[in-house]
Design a binder for this molecule. Structure first.
Ligand code: MGD
Ligand code: MGD
Ligand code: SF4
Ligand code: MO
Length: 712
């Protein structure tokens, strides 16, 4: 028996774990009580890594799809030879821009994966990088591009007096920037005892909403109207931070004029939140000294998501809801790059320049292209279409909506390569599947997700299980391909939202001799500590003294947060002129996370299945009564594109009438909806109706649906 101190690689919380193993089989997993961030907390998915590493749901070798559709096992080196040959032929005939890469959340939780993938794309010279972020919260990138960014950041726990939290439920997702990810509800309770006030905006009374001081049960998709209304109240009552507005913002007058028609009565009628509550929320927020807004996927996936995000940020800005001179910054970053002055990064509409997509006139955002456009880029425009896709740590078929349309489009690829630790529906369509190492089989470092940390903390993970024969690391695939293509591979540090060439800091060439340990050593030795020191402290190092106090602005460089550029003003007017009616579709579907699964991962695991035999469809009890369906009964949902989902109902007392909530990532998108045992929710979402401008974000929340009782 051997015991190893490490951390969980399933999600951004990166909880400290203590894993006991004997002869390569995991015996036990516990939370690491000494871990300064997670303090012993871990969740069911962390525990499920035991079964995963013991073989459940695991891809144990690479494979090739034969022309007749059957699969055969293949050695990874041979697979890379063949992939290189096919890729070279495609590039020779159609140019480098016919090659694209998609990475998903699995790659994000593996520190060498995304940097190696980005380095490879840069080495071969294709700009066409895609990821799950553009079907997630890319409204944040759009807002940063249109409004600019306040560099000293937002107040986080425990330093905030008021937190206004929109469309996120960290109790399930462990993914709300601004509070510790592990055990978030405990931190909310502790913070409330210490005086922090929580306002939660969510159509559902979530665990977070139940723990809050004030819950605003907004109607799905009405966040833009809600926040336009809150801005109007703040300005009407003169509660804005006038000094901050004058010094750091611009176009306040245009904002004031644009939100004028969002009277409390109008907003109350749209959002379902009465005018008194609107005033109360606006006053609590604006009146606090250290206030902040934190957002998640809910508002970023619903109708008008880009405008919603801009309105939330504009409310934040007019109230001066950022860290100001004298406030403390607790996460200074392993490389110490955190800005510590009151300063603004001006707007930068990267999508207006740079190489454009072929089917729409849009350039990169956050260094990436809108993933909802990827299927059209594959089929559209014969001359310059995407023909080869490298897919790493994702499950694109389940990340995208409307499988009946997207799957045939993805099948037009000449070459699809999927790199994953488990089998998934996208891999089953791939020409080659490369099996890569599991979490406890490779070197890792918490750097890629350190921006989510409440404090300055570094932890590396050493492998303690042998990877199965033939299994390689993600980064080794990119090295293998680069070497065969005769390209030098220069890795840079992990940097979320930046194209490879824009990532500051040094480069490290990955050669045939480079080991994973070399790369982690290189990452570690360039920062606050060193590889050797981190290795000697497997539970991580907490840099308690690495804090800073925000300094006042140094002079005035003229940079301002643009509260309401003309296109935003146009969107505000358009929202005011419409009511989001969908005749014949009386229900609204909203997304949610379940703690048992990580998107599509763990949907097949024994632990999950014991709790949820299938993907539940959560409904309000009055709606259930209206449909004459009992708990556990079956309903049929129909979307506006004709997509059908059939599944079992669970009562959710937190849901408002007319709202249905479902987890994505389950089910089998390759069969028709009436044959899918696990209710894949993406069938109800449209690939091209109601897309946002700029990021082409699909309407994955506030989705109009019909619901009927289903008697098979
Ligand atoms: N257990 C688990 N953890 C995960 C994941 C997982 O699948 N499972 N996925 C990971 C990933 S990839 C991500 S991006 C994060 C997401 O992390 P979160 O954003 O925290 O995701 P959710 O828990 O679904 O919370 C979204 C909330 O938005 C609400 N909502 C829905 N529609 C609207 C709306 O129109 N307006 C408002 N204001 N709210 C709305 C929902 O009711 C829900 O409570 O979680 C990560 N962590
Ligand atoms: N309708 C609807 N659609 C949605 C959403 C929604 O709420 N509703 N949510 C959207 C969001 S927020 C997201 S993030 C996407 C999810 O989109 P993706 O990120 O594309 O999908 P995941 O299911 O998270 O796939 C992650 C894969 O990574 C693998 N993996 C885990 N660790 C590793 C590793 O170390 N290396 C490699 N190579 N693989 C690894 C897992 O086995 C899994 O197959 O879906 C989006 N689509
Ligand atoms: S919250 Fe759960 S899945 Fe996420 S890192 Fe912690 S133990 Fe792992
Ligand atoms: Mo996500």
């Amino acid at each position: 028996m051997a015991t190893h101190t490490t951390y969980c690689r399933n999600c951004a919380a990166s909880c400290g774990l203590v894993v006991t193993e004997e002869a390569g089989m995991i015996q036990d997993i516990r939370g690491d009580r000494d871990h300064p961030v997670s303090q012993g907390y871990f969740c069911i998915k962390g525990a499920a890594t035991k079964d995963f590493h013991n073989g459940e749901d695991r891809l144990l070798g690479s494979r090739r799809r034969n022309p007749d559709g059957t699969f055969e096992g293949i050695d990874a080196e041979t697979a890379m030879d063949e992939i290189h040959e096919k890729l070279s032929a495609i590039i020779a005939q159609h140019g480098i821009e016919s090659v694209a890469l998609y990475y998903g959340t699995g790659a994000n939780c593996n520190v060498l994966s995304v940097p190696a993938a980005k380095a490879w794309m840069d080495a071969i010279g294709s700009p066409y990088l895609f990821s799950s972020m553009t079907v997630d919260q890319s409204a944040k990138w759009v807002t940063a591009g249109r409004m600019g960014v306040y560099l000293a950041g937002k107040h986080t726990l425990p330093d905030a007096d008021v937190l206004l939290i929109v469309g996120t439920n960290p109790a399930a997702s462990h993914a709300c920037y601004g509070m510790p990810s592990p055990n978030p509800i405990k931190h909310v309770r502790d913070a409330r005892k210490a005086g922090t006030t929580f306002i939660v905006v969510d159509p559902r009374k979530t665990e977070l909403a139940r723990s809050a001081d004030l819950h605003l049960p907004v109607r799905p998709g009405q966040d833009a109207a809600l926040f336009a209304g809150l801005i109007r109240i703040v300005l009407e009552e003169g509660l804005e931070d006038k000094a901050f507005c004058a010094r750091f913002t611009t176009s306040l007058d245009r904002l004031r004029a644009a939100v004028a028609p969002f009277t409390p009565d109008h907003v109350a009628a749209r959002t379902g939140i009465d005018a008194d509550t609107l005033y109360k929320a606006a006053r609590i927020f604006a009146g606090a000294r250290r206030k902040s807004t934190l957002t998640g996927t809910g508002s970023a996936m619903a109708l008008n998501s880009n405008l919603a995000e801009q309105m939330i940020e504009a409310l934040t800005a007019i109230c001066g809801g950022y860290r100001r001179a004298g406030d403390v910054i607790r996460n200074m970053g392993y490389y110490g790059g955190t800005p510590t002055h009151e300063a603004v990064l001006p707007p930068n509409r990267t999508w207006e320049t740079g190489p454009k997509l072929r089917t729409v006139d849009i350039g990169p955002i956050g260094g990436e292209y809108p993933t909802s456009r990827l299927p059209q880029e594959i089929v559209g425009n014969e001359k310059g279409r995407i023909r080869a896709l490298i897919h790493v740590g994702g499950n694109l078929v389940k990340a995208l909506p409307e499988p009946d349309r997207t799957i045939p489009m993805l099948k037009q690829l000449d070459l699809l390569v999927s790199i994953d630790v488990r089998d998934n529906v996208t891999s089953r369509m791939a020409d080659y599947v490369i099996a890569t190492s599991g979490h406890y089989e490779h070197h890792d470092f918490n750097l890629a997700l350190e921006y989510m940390l409440p404090t300055t903390f570094a932890q590396i993970a050493e492998p303690f299980l042998q990877r199965p024969a033939g299994v390689i690391d993600d980064w080794e695939f990119f090295r293998g391909l680069a070497r065969r293509m005769g390209r030098a591979l220069h890795m840079r540090r992990p940097a979320f939202g930046l194209a490879h060439r824009d990532i500051p800091g040094p480069e490290r060439e990955i050669t045939a001799e480079t080991s994973a340990e070399d790369l982690i050593r290189w990452l570690a030795d360039g920062g606050r500590s060193s590889y050797d020191e981190l290795k000697a402290n497997p539970g991580g190092i907490h840099f308690k003294n690495a804090q800073a106090i925000v300094a006042p602005a140094e002079g005035d460089d003229g940079a301002r947060l643009d509260l309401c550029p003309p296109d935003v003003a146009g969107e505000i007017a358009a929202v005011r002129a419409t009511q989001d009616e969908a005749e014949g579709y009386p229900f609204r579907l909203i997304p949610r996370r379940l703690i048992e699964v990580m998107n599509s991962a763990y949907t097949q695991s024994g632990q999950t299945r014991r709790r949820f035999p299938t993907n539940p469809i959560f409904m309000n009890e009055d709606d259930m009564a209206r449909l004459a369906v009992a708990d556990g009964g079956t309903v049929r949902l129909t979307g506006r594109t004709g997509g059908v989902v059939i599944g079992r109902v669970r009562r959710d007392t937190g849901l408002q009438p007319g709202v249905i909530s479902m987890c994505h990532g389950w089910g089998d998108p390759t069969v028709s909806g009436d044959k899918d045992p696990d209710a894949f929710s993406g069938r109800l979402v449209s690939l091209d109706q109601d897309l946002e401008t700029i990021n082409f974000m699909p309407r994955q929340s506030s989705v109009p649906v019909q619901a009927q009782r289903y008697d098979a």
